[in-house]
Design a protein around this ligand. Structure first.
Ligand SMILES: Cc1cc2nc3c(=O)[nH]c(=O)nc-3n(C[C@H](O)[C@H](O)[C@H](O)COP(=O)(O)OP(=O)(O)OC[C@H]3O[C@@H](n4cnc5c(N)ncnc54)[C@H](O)[C@@H]3O)c2cc1C
Length: 444
């Protein structure tokens, strides 16, 4: 597609619309908006101008101007994304919503693990979901309505303060997960729930990943719905413990489950935890440790939360993946990861949300491997990983999205009919193709 240019006259027009302090065009300050949490070296791209609107009216004015001049617009939340969605890959205008983030410590149960750094708008655009998804579900479950600035610069309210609504197509939830390609969310109505008063965590050691995973559906089938069931293979636990100088008793274990229960009443939560612990032992666990106070809970969760960081220290050259397979197929994907890792001489630690089949199987370069060898091995290993995921009925991303990073693989995971429908929706909403172009798929 041919796009218009951001000229000095256009920047001046933006200054007139938003005020000079909401328009950034010096390279040093714009650098922060040229990447997200994916590798800046590999995916980064500078915007031509950054705007920081403070109201829906200002967002609308910017989008109208961009639509008039056919300039790419890239919506941006906090930039914590892991698929390059907020990167202005074709230049143009980066619309940062940082001054419209008005949430004050509100609790919505669909939040991701990056809760301290991301924005609600980014969560909606990515349909984010974190470790609590087994019990509480992901962002879409909590979005009742939203205000959207469409790519043609109109403001529309979708949904509302309604628990039930079948009035026409569910456009609210078309926007959830649309990665900023169909408009800019400026306000959202989110369902909030009461904070649980009690929680208990179990750290369960198993000899093999297969034994660990076999427990997951059993726990749910027997009537207890934990908040989360996090899976960590031995390599992940070892590396994170080494990084934290932590000494969890993982000798002899091949995999762990970190299971969290919560509720309004401590006695019920403890009873649930005990029942789940007994069930794990019955299913072959080596040991069950209960963490029922804040200090031990923080210790065990810290091991889980620091896995990604620990591998970055081991070698920063890596590809953090986000595959999702049917939960029952997790034991089948793990030997595939081992096979691919051995074939290419790389490490593929596997950890993630076992309760919903979403695994962060991360391809990590061996520190001694030459960069040239990695550059050849990584795409081939990724192809094999995705082929294995497809075979098991899985998908390429469970929570981080497609963005820039994964768009070339979309065709493998979507039929031509589905892809055609998605492109038709995009063209209907955004006839000039200005809203976050180059993400999810290319239009031509
Ligand atoms: C340490 C770490 C842990 C993470 N854990 C999780 C996890 O547990 N679960 C999970 O799902 N993700 C996780 N993520 C990924 C990331 O935090 C989420 O995708 C988050 O939802 C992105 O929010 P953001 O505000 O940073 O959005 P950004 O990165 O700024 O943008 C993400 C996408 O949303 C679009 N966008 C942003 N704001 C708007 C808006 N107002 N309107 C329309 N489009 C918009 C952008 O164009 C882009 O396509 C993690 C990331 C990190 C770094």
């Amino acid at each position: 597609m041919n796009y218009g240019k951001v000229t000095e006259a256009l920047v001046e027009e933006l200054r007139g619309l938003l005020g000079p302090k909401n328009v950034i065009c010096d390279a040093e300050r714009m650098e922060a908006y040229s990447h997200d949490e994916t590798s800046a070296e590999e995916y980064g791209h500078m915007p031509d101008v950054v705007v920081t609107p403070t109201s829906t009216d200002q967002v609308t004015a910017v989008v109208r101007l961009a639509n008039r001049e056919r300039i790419p617009v890239t919506p941006r939340g906090a930039g914590s994304g892991l698929s390059g969605g907020a990167i202005p890959s074709l230049g143009g205008i980066s619309v940062s919503l940082e001054k419209m983030n008005k949430g004050k410590g509100l609790f919505y149960a669909g939040y991701p693990m990056s809760l301290e750094t991301c924005f609600l708008g980014g969560n909606i655009a990515e349909n984010a979901g974190g470790g609590k998804a087994v019990k509480y579900g992901v962002t879409s479950r909590y979005v009742l309505g939203l205000e959207l600035v469409t790519p043609t610069g109109e403001v529309v309210w979708l949904g509302g303060k309604l628990s039930k609504d079948v009035t026409g197509y569910d456009l609210t939830h078309l926007i959830v997960g649309s990665e900023g390609t169909l408009g800019i969310v400026t306000t959202a109505i989110i369902r909030l729930i009461g904070l649980p008063k009690a929680k208990s965590d179990l750290l369960v050691l198993f000899r093999t990943p297969a034994e660990a995973i076999a427990c997951v559906p059993e726990i749910i089938a027997r009537g207890t719905i934990p908040v989360s069931m996090e899976f960590m293979d031995k390599l992940s636990v070892e590396t994170s413990c080494g990084y934290l100088n932590e000494s969890l008793p993982y000798e002899g274990c091949g995999a762990m489950l970190l299971i969290e229960m919560d509720g309004q009443d401590a006695a019920t939560v403890d009873a649930d935890a005990e029942r789940v612990g007994d069930l794990c032992m019955e299913k072959g666990a080596i040991e069950v440790y209960m963490a029922d106070n804040r200090t031990t809970q923080e210790r065990v969760w810290s091991v889980r939360r620091n896995i990604a960081e620990a591998f970055k220290v081991r070698c920063p050259v890596q590809s953090l993946e986000d595959i999702v397979v049917p939960t029952a197929s997790i034991p089948d994907i793990i030997p595939e990861l081992d096979r691919i890792a051995a074939k290419y001489g790389i490490a593929i630690p596997c950890y993630g949300h076992a309760g919903d089949g979403n695994l962060h199987a991360t391809l990590v370069k061996d520190p001694d491997m030459a960069l040239e060898v990695w550059k050849k091995a990584e795409p081939e290993a990724l192809e094999e990983l995705y082929a294995a995921v497809t075979k098991l009925g899985g998908k390429i991303s469970g929570e981080h999205g497609i963005g820039l990073k994964r768009k070339k693989y979309m065709a493998e995971f979507m039929s031509p009919v589905e892809m055609g429908l998605i492109k038709a929706i995009k063209m209907a909403w955004d006839p000039k193709g200005i809203m976050n172009p180059g993400k999810l798929f290319d239009l031509d």
